[in-house]
Design a protein around this ligand. Sequence first.
Ligand code: SAH
Ligand code: SF4
Ligand code: F3S
Length: 440
Amino acid sequence: MKYYLATYGCQMNEYDSAMIASMLEDVGYYETENAEDADVILVNTCSVRKKAEDNIYARISQLKPLKQSNPDLRIAVLGCMAENHGAKITDTLKHVDFVVGPDQYRGLVDILALPPSKSPHRQQPKSVLVGFDSAENYDDNFAKILSPFSTHITIQRGCNKRCAYCIVPFTRGIEKFRPVESILAEVQKAVDKGVKEISLLGQTVNSYRYEGNSFANLLSKVAEIKGVERLRFTSPHPRHYTDELLWVLTHTPQISPHTHLPLQSGSNDILKSMRRQYDSEDFLAIVEYLRASDPFYGVTTDIIVGFTGETEEDYLQTLEVVKHAQFDHAFMFAYSPREGTEAFDWPDSISEAEKHRRLQKLIDLQNEITRQRSQNMIGREEKVLIERPSPKNPEEWMGKTGNFKNVALPADFSPQAGDIVTAKITEVRGWTLRGEAINL
Ligand code: SAH
Ligand code: SF4
Ligand code: F3S
């Protein structure tokens, strides 16, 4: 049996897809890169913004002809949209057989063994498997390792915050932490396979706690495992940067000098109505601490503009914080009201055109900062983890610096994916640095 798996959304969905791949392969399925060849098509979905959902609905609709030409094909919708919309998906997209939410993947193998629905009017009675399970951490299901040098490992599922705009707590449930032993065992398995870079995942990953262990303790334990050369994590929440954590981050050589620290807004009033639990001063203090340890410390972020009630003054405060923080990169979004969240019922007073004006001006500002931060890297010697040949130029290979910047290197040193080489940064080309390998 061949399965085709498409993944949308965040790294936690990517991890879940890799875990599902290993569950399916354990019972004899194998992967195809071609949806047309598949016996089973799985679409792991995201609900975070309306646009994300619209794209995924469009993609799933496009699968209809495949079902018409192969009535035995099974189509399953997984992930956050599955949890969010449940039976509405099978009602509106009649060619979808199964809907399985993030806490129900253990039931996936059995559900896929059910016959597909051959008519819109004869769907399987058990075709929708959603709902939260407070005990489900998938501790014993390690994800398939997809890259020879780098892997993600989820340590926290769900989220206990209730940011007023955010659907995630409704699609993933309350926070659950994996036991330390299970995480360390998965890290060990990855390094035994040659993986050098580990990224720990959770929606507020630094709120991790388990039987007396803090996130800082966990990082130290992972860093001690022989073979872990680069340790990363995403996404930390500004509220959970303890002094202990800041110390560990700046004193553990295996931990890469990069943090993805979501700001969301620079206005304290908006942060309050978003229920973010920090203010812009707290946020900037973290950035300053990290940059004091290393001025090239990579700091990336997420920002929402046009949240309900955001005045021009609030927006200008976001621009000010962005100038102060000097982010290396930012993901920037126009606010998208999500049904079921607290803010959905608040009047969305800002027009789409105004949201987009604000977004574009913010993007222009951040692009200039990103360019300047990259420019500052010229002349530096950086350790680069080699990832893959450049898709644009066969004579170059791509890699990443510790502070999470992409670097293209001429392939004159017989590179292999997973090598860590020292390179001198020589120029900036668009969003990519260019360098030359040295000391070989
Ligand atoms: N757990 C992370 C964020 C996860 S969602 C955190 O706390 O920061 C990823 C990003 O999507 C968020 O950081 C936010 O910037 C954006 N986002 C979430 N909900 C959104 C919405 N309703 N409209 C626009 N952007 C949203
Ligand atoms: Fe959403 Fe807030 Fe949880 Fe992040 S911390 S996932 S933004 S509710
Ligand atoms: Fe999207 Fe779910 Fe991640 S809503 S951002 S895939 S947790």
